[in-house]
Design a protein. Structure first.
Length: 208
């Protein structure tokens, strides 16, 4: 496996762990800040629509840039800001703002993340190397869900959010390794043609 893929898996794993800590108790937190089931639905809708619309726009720009690492790092930076924002949420409106930040973070990061991952797949291993990400993501979120529930029950949401921010910050820091990795290996690595990737594997959209 190419070094760039290992770095991307590490950054994604850390960030997924941060988000996974909160996933199973999201609705409980929404009620805690004065919201209800509808509030939870609206909050996720805001995230998804913002992320979707901006992805259409930003991905066109990212097609034209030479160094996508900057967009990946920027996306993880915005994600850190979103995780930090959870600490200060006191009302549903605050939650909506945080969801906008997460939507922007995904739109900035994901197109370049996917393009970089695809460009460094080993020939003939596109299915297995994307499978590495899929398997890792599910396992990480599964483990994080149990841990997050335990932390929230015994230590409270504030401690949980601080831990989430800490893991997202580790993900951001690890993304900076992409810069040196590309300098050393970017010139010698031959990318798999885009049409070959699509022939090898048809995959569904995913959140990192």
């Amino acid at each position: 496996m190419h070094k760039v893929l290992k770095i991307l898996l590490m950054t994604s794993g850390l960030t997924l762990f941060a988000g996974g800590l909160f996933s199973p108790i999201y609705a409980i937190f929404v009620e805690k800040i004065g919201g209800d089931i509808l509030t939870a639905g609206i909050a996720y809708s805001i995230f998804a629509i913002i992320a979707g619309v901006l992805t259409f726009i930003i991905s066109r720009f990212e097609d034209k840039i030479k160094y996508r690492n900057a967009m990946i790092i920027a996306g993880y930076s915005l994600g850190c800001l979103g995780f930090l924002g959870y600490i200060f949420i006191k009302s549903p409106m605050h939650l909506f703002v945080v969801q906008i930040v997460f939507g922007l973070a995904n739109a900035v990061k994901n197109p370049s993340w996917d393009a970089t991952y695809s460009a460094h797949l080993d020939k003939g291993k596109s299915a297995s190397e994307w499978g590495d990400w899929e398997g890792m993501a599910l396992i990480v979120v599964g483990v994080a869900s149990v841990i997050g529930s335990f932390i929230a029950k015994n230590l409270g949401f504030t401690i949980l959010f601080l831990i989430m921010f800490g893991f997202s910050l580790l993900g951001l820091i690890s993304s900076f390794f992409l810069i040196n990795s590309n300098k050393k290996q970017g010139k010698t690595k031959k990318s798999i043609p885009k049409h070959q990737i699509h022939n090898d594997l048809i995959r569904s959209p995913k959140k990192k």
